[in-house]
Design a protein around this ligand. Structure first.
Ligand code: CA
Length: 225
């Protein structure tokens, strides 16, 4: 279920949109000013933003510009009737689409579907990049980066890290890691997993002072998003 953020100060319009979007099966969040909206757009992991241009605090144009500094989330702008300057400014700031008020809800719903599909397609195309926080993998070149630092990992360390990252937020048992990463049935002894986890922790957690790999007691290991 896609999560949609509506940034709109006119309560009547916001509530109406919320009702329609929830009816379509979307999860909806509301923000009634630019600053709160920007904050939610960047922190709440939303799939799409419906952004009104005329907002108190930060204008929609400014919110759009700031979102784009950090995120490629699809943005559909709502502009006042006939305000061409706003439309152009919104698109210049990286909005994906715009709707002129007043609009038919069906048209907005259609544009939302298009934007979400386009994004799903783009994500698929870019799936050779796996990212969690400041840690990034390029699975094509099989290289790992913390911020802009390239990590020096052995083949097995890289494979273990990629497997953990691709299965983020899931507690993985030692047996499971062994079977998936080492590619053969290992009889009883899963110490090798602990050894490699220790190597990864030395090269990532200890080196950068973060807690990337958690130990899940009684189970194994996990990387949380
Ligand atoms: Ca407004």
């Amino acid at each position: 279920m896609a999560k949609i953020l509506i940034i709109e100060d006119e309560l009547k319009i916001a509530r109406f949109l919320e009702l329609e979007l929830v009816h379509e099966g979307y999860e909806v969040m509301l923000a009634s000013d630019g600053r709160t909206g920007l904050d939610k757009a960047l922190k709440e992991n939303v799939d799409l933003v419906v952004l009104d241009i005329m907002l108190p605090g930060l204008s929609g144009i400014e919110v759009c510009r700031r979102i784009r500094l950090e995120s490629r989330v699809p943005i559909i702008m709502l502009t006042a009737k006939d305000d061409v300057t706003d439309k152009v400014a919104g698109l210049d700031m990286g909005a994906d689409d715009y709707m002129t008020k007043p609009f038919a809800i069906e048209e907005l719903l259609a544009r939302i579907r298009v934007a979400l599909n386009r994004r799903a397609y783009t994500n698929e195309k870019q799936s050779d990049i796996v990212k969690i926080g400041d840690l990034k993998l390029n699975t094509k070149s099989r290289s790992a980066y913390y911020k802009n630092d390239e990590l020096s990992l052995t083949k097995k360390e890289y494979e273990l890290l990629e497997y953990l990252m691709r299965n983020k937020n899931i507690a993985l048992s030692r047996e499971q890691l062994l079977n998936s990463v080492w590619d053969y049935e290992y009889f009883g002894d899963t110490n090798v997993v602990d050894v490699y986890i220790r190597y990864l922790r030395q090269k990532i957690d200890e080196k950068y002072g973060i807690r990337l790999i958690s130990t899940v007691r009684g189970v194994g290991y996990m990387i949380k998003d």
